[in-house]
Ligand binder design. Structure first.
Ligand code: CP
Length: 304
């Protein structure tokens, strides 16, 4: 694998290698000296054409912990605003001798497109409603850490599946590792042919939660949709919002996840998001080690 464009292009062994490498880096970043000199000779450009808090900072920290040189680019304050194309932008940056590009972009397939036109390793940090591979890796890594393995676990992904790159990448990753996956949400927010990916659809939240070991609660992505798609926010909360009384009414304790950013009081209430059952900040913490692993493994190919 020369790039990380999507989980679709990985196999089970790739994921196992990333997790084994992430285990090592997780131990490293818990030491008093959190840095290793591994990537002193590598330069990485972080290109963000769409807003981000967690992914951008997590990649930056992962790169710094590996001692890479980094440059950060945000489209909002760049010459993209003057009409410069994606390829021109990236080739100009690469001419400064950059080895790897981490890119978030609003267009699905932007990373795939870039990988065919520029000479650098590309990591997709989220491309529109397509894939968010490092999010799915850190999600599976967090399930493995909490429950011992992903194999055989029942995971329900709840909410706006239609507009979610997190959902698609998670489905690919979880299925590769032998988890059972359901999606749950209003019919208007579930893609029509999702069952062809080997997942089942459950429109009743309580039934889905009663079935699962892990619930991954997604944000409703108002920015990606025509408002007419959506049940009203009030209806969404009534039917798909996870609150403490639903959680406590289940016959067993489940693990609650959320990729962030959270719409508190919509898909999840604060008393659930901040509860012991939620591993939301563990996901964020694991993101650094998982991204260190991905960058390290791709960089080792540059050095070959
Ligand atoms: N989970 C995630 O991708 O968050 P950001 O949009 O803040 O990066």
């Amino acid at each position: 694998v020369d790039h990380l464009l999507g989980i679709k292009y990985l196999d089970k062994e790739d994921i196992e290698l990333i997790f084994k490498t992430a285990d090592h880096f997780k131990e490293v970043i818990n030491r008093p000296i959190k840095k290793v000199p591994s990537l002193r000779d590598i330069t990485i450009a972080n290109l963000f054409f769409e807003n981000s808090t967690r992914t951008r900072l997590s990649f930056e920290l992962a790169e710094k912990r590996l001692s890479a040189d980094i440059i950060n680019f945000s489209a909002a304050s760049s010459s993209v605003k003057k009409g410069e194309t994606l390829i021109d932008t990236v080739n100009n940056i690469l001419s400064m001798k950059v080895d790897m590009v981490v890119m978030r972009h609003p267009n699905p397939g932007a990373g795939i497109f870039l990988s065919k036109h520029v000479n650098a390793r590309i990591i997709n940090a989220g491309d529109g409603a397509h894939e968010h591979p490092t999010q799915a890796l850190l999600d599976s890594y967090s399930i493995r850490e909490k429950l011992g393995s992903v194999q055989g676990k029942k995971v329900v992904i709840v909410g706006d599946i239609l507009h979610s790159r997190v959902a698609l990448s998670n489905i690919f990753a979880l299925k590769l590792q032998g988890a059972e996956v359901k999606v749950c949400g209003p019919k208007t927010l579930i893609p029509k042919h999702i069952e062809s990916l080997g997942v089942k659809v459950e429109t009743n939240l309580k039934a889905a939660l009663e079935w699962c070991d892990v619930a991954n609660m997604l944000r409703v992505q108002n920015e990606r949709m025509d408002i007419s798609y959506f049940p009203s926010t009030r209806e969404y909360i009534q039917q798909y919002g996870l609150n403490k009384s639903i959680l406590e009414g289940l016959s067993k304790e489940i693990v609650v996840m959320h990729p962030g950013p959270i719409n508190r009081g919509v898909e999840i209430t604060s008393d659930v998001a901040d509860s012991k059952q939620a591993i939301i900040l563990d996901q964020v913490q694991n993101g650094v080690a998982v991204r260190m692993a991905v960058i390290y493994l791709l960089a080792s190919k540059i050095k070959q």
